[in-house]
Write a protein that binds this ligand. Structure first.
Ligand SMILES: [Zn+2]
Length: 81
């Protein structure tokens, strides 16, 4: 799979690290209980189809960005910086 880094251009998947689900809303700091934070950090969906994810170009510019990818075909559908 090839991923288009918004800063470096298209690179091989081996240069990137998956950073998790970018569609989850982060709980407000200090306003929720431990279960809410535990669910945010450790409970994940496993969607089939279009999904927004965090990725880091770890072996390149080391920048984080959001990538929209179809999880069933690995087609890149869009990205945000
Ligand atoms: Zn990069």
């Amino acid at each position: 799979m090839r991923i288009p880094c918004p800063y470096c251009g298209e690179r091989d998947l081996g240069e990137f690290t998956y950073g998790g689900d970018a569609s989850k809303a982060r709980p407000a700091h200090g306003s929720k209980g431990a279960k809410t934070w535990g669910d945010y950090v450790f409970v994940f969906e496993n969607p089939k189809g279009p999904h927004v994810e965090y990725w880091q170009h770890t072996l390149g510019c080391r920048q984080w960005f959001k990538l929209k990818r179809d999880t069933s075909t690995n087609e890149i559908l869009g990205m945000e910086q």
